[in-house]
Design a protein around this ligand. Structure first.
Ligand code: MG
Length: 231
């Protein structure tokens, strides 16, 4: 059996919007709850650069295993951002609670144009697909909505496993489930979490979409994967 282990966000799919996904989600909450707010998105961003589980990949987080605990741990950061944007204490907490629903809104998620053709083409060459992602607890709903589930043999989601890439355990857990594999590749857009993490775990990896000097192999899009994994 030959396996391709894909990152999700920034590799196969993305959340639409002018701003980075989390800033965008908070903006959407403001747009809905306080139309005409005029808040500069740059005010929100600093509160979203720390505090997420993937910002501390060295830490195992079994205490965030329930979706409510996972989102609950982020609400103080969201509330801080809304306060910075001018919300009072009560409104900031209410707005913070609304981020979960906004972020997950199915209409905000898209597959990259080359995602399904790449998965299908590689499947026809005998490759099977898995997801290994640092993501939100409801990832499976997003994956289903995008029609990606029928191409996948399994999903390893950090919100459930408690291990964020590049933690070695995130990769070890996948390998442990693939004892009879002939080949395994990791594919992702993050040179640290995906590629360096995979290589440290002894798995070959391909960087896609976001080039980093010195990191090879690299593919601008997913059409080049087939040639690389053919070896
Ligand atoms: Mg990614």
């Amino acid at each position: 059996m030959k396996w391709l282990v894909w990152d999700f966000d920034g590799t196969l799919a993305y959340r639409v919007g002018e701003w980075p996904a989390w800033t965008q989600a908070l903006l959407e909450v403001l747009d809905r709850q306080t139309p005409g707010h005029g808040v500069d998105p740059e005010l929100l961003s600093p509160f979203l650069r720390t505090g997420f589980p993937w910002h501390s990949p060295e830490a195992h987080h079994p205490h965030l295993a329930s979706a409510d605990a996972w989102w609950g741990a982020l609400e103080p950061s969201f509330a801080d951002a809304f306060r910075e944007a001018g919300a009072d204490e009560v409104s900031a907490e209410k707005l913070a609670k609304a981020v979960r629903r906004a972020y997950l809104h199915p209409d905000r998620w898209r597959l990259y144009e080359d995602a399904l053709p790449a998965l299908e083409g590689l499947s026809s060459r005998g490759w099977r697909h898995l997801l290994l992602t640092n993501h939100v607890p409801e990832l499976e709903e997003i994956v289903r909505h995008l029609g990606l589930d029928r191409h996948l043999h399994g999903i390893y989601n950090s919100a459930e496993t408690g291990y964020e890439k590049p933690h070695p355990e995130a990769f070890r857990a996948v390998l442990e489930d693939l004892p009879d594999s002939n080949a395994v590749w990791i594919i992702g857009d993050n040179a640290d979490a995906d590629v360096a993490g995979a290589k440290a775990a002894g798995i070959p990896a391909i960087l896609v979409r976001r080039r980093r000097e010195g990191v090879e192999p690299y593919c601008e899009n997913l059409t080049g994967i087939a040639e690389i994994v053919r070896g």
